[in-house]
Design a protein around this ligand. Structure first.
Ligand code: HEM
Length: 350
């Protein structure tokens, strides 16, 4: 069993890795791609404890000393860019307070009409005949919504798509500065300006842009994958709720992001040294948006985008259908903390 192996499986094939991990016990030791062991938590109570334990931190500076950050897929350390995903404790609470009001359920509900309009316009612009929506829609739709909300000009969409794709392929040094530069073009009347105003006074411009980069990338990579499954279920599964099914069955973030022990400690009787990497098996536990202080800040937005899409498909594209049988769709993933995504999604919209 290698949790970091690339995955190709049919849409309806069960996720055997998650089953096997749970069978192996509440705390499973595996080989990390960047070397040495990683401790994977598969029990729900333990997972919630780990995700809230102040001794288990996110700063990539606490990763094992011999890890290559690129192989491990680590962000820059908090000393370079303090961000929601690299700091903990009071600094994290402060950053969270600045971000939270932007993405509450109420704020997002106010945007429902706008989000539906974006989904409708983007689908209406697709040509007649069969189109692969994983290429022409699922990447661009969540990014369009994000840029629109943040107040970033939509003529930056193509460059944003390219940079996100480069980042998924591992090109951090080129893609992060590109996305930060795009973030810097935000106008004065979107959520980017609001965030800027809510961050502690004196926050350097580069840090503001890194926060915006974080929202853009975190909001794209997961939602893109989830949207493919939503469309497949909306058009191909006879019953069920496409959003619930997509989130539960193909959890876009199968594991938590990397965490590291800041001191030697025990999890369920298992001893971990300091700087031990820890992951939580979110997919097996149904913790789609995580748990604890780092719970997904975009959960409301992601679900609003998915619901808007289902509404628009049913209301405005009643003839839409899959161009291949539902159970012939194939999902692929890089393994590890990356989720799976449909290899292609051929759809005829009209
Ligand atoms: C279906 C879509 C999504 C899924 C499944 C998802 C999942 C997650 C999970 C599991 C975490 C916690 C990671 C951990 O604790 O290690 C997380 C955190 C985060 N998510 Fe999402 N997410 C989604 C969409 C979004 C969107 C649309 C945005 C942006 C608006 C977003 C922004 C973030 C940010 C900034 C964090 C870090 C929060 C923190 O560390 O305090 N996510 N997400």
């Amino acid at each position: 069993m290698n949790p970091f192996a690339a995955v190709t499986r049919g849409l309806t094939e069960p996720n055997r890795l998650s089953d096997r991990l749970r069978e192996a016990g509440p705390v499973v030791v595996a080989d990390a791609p960047a070397g040495g062991p990683v401790w994977i938590v598969t029990d729900e109570e333990l997972a919630k404890q780990v995700l809230s334990d102040p001794r288990i931190v996110k700063d990539p500076a606490m990763a094992p000393a011999d890890w290559d950050p690129l192989v491990a897929g680590l962000e820059p350390p908090a000393s370079a860019f303090p961000s929601l995903t690299t700091v903990d404790g009071p600094r994290h609470t402060e950053l969270r307070r600045a971000h939270t009001p932007l993405l509450t359920g109420k704020r997002i509900r106010e945007q429902t009409g706008r989000i539906e309009q974006i989904a409708r316009d983007m689908l209406a612009a697709q040509p007649n005949g069969v189109v692969d929506l994983m290429v022409h829609f699922t990447i661009r739709y969540p990014l369009t919504v994000l840029l629109d909300l943040l107040g970033i000009p939509l003529d930056k969409l193509d460059a944003t798509v390219v940079a996100c794709r480069r980042l998924v392929e591992g090109d951090q040094s080129g893609a992060i500065p590109a996305l930060m530069e795009i973030a810097g073009t935000a106008g004065d009347d979107g959520l980017a300006a609001e965030l800027r105003g809510r961050l502690p006074e004196g926050t350097p411009e580069q840090e503001v842009r890194y926060h915006l980069f974080g929202l853009i990338f975190a909001g794209q990579v997961t939602t893109d994958a989830a949207l493919g499954f939503v469309i497949a279920h909306a058009l191909g599964a006879p019953d069920g709720d496409p959003v619930e099914d997509a989130l539960r069955r193909y959890t876009p973030a199968p594991f938590s992001l990397w965490r590291f022990t800041s001191e030697p400690l025990e999890i369920n009787g298992v001893s971990l040294p300091a700087r031990a990497p820890v992951l939580v098996d979110l997919v097996g536990l149904g913790l789609t948006f995580g748990s604890g202080p780092h719970f997904c800040i975009g959960a409301q937005l992601a679900q609003a985008e998915m619901r808007a899409l289902v509404t628009v498909l049913r209301r405005d594209f009643p003839e839409a259908r899959l161009a291949v049988p539902f159970d012939e769709l194939v999902q692929i993933g890089v393994g590890g903390i990356g989720g799976t995504r449909l290899r292609e999604l051929p759809v005829s919209l009209r």
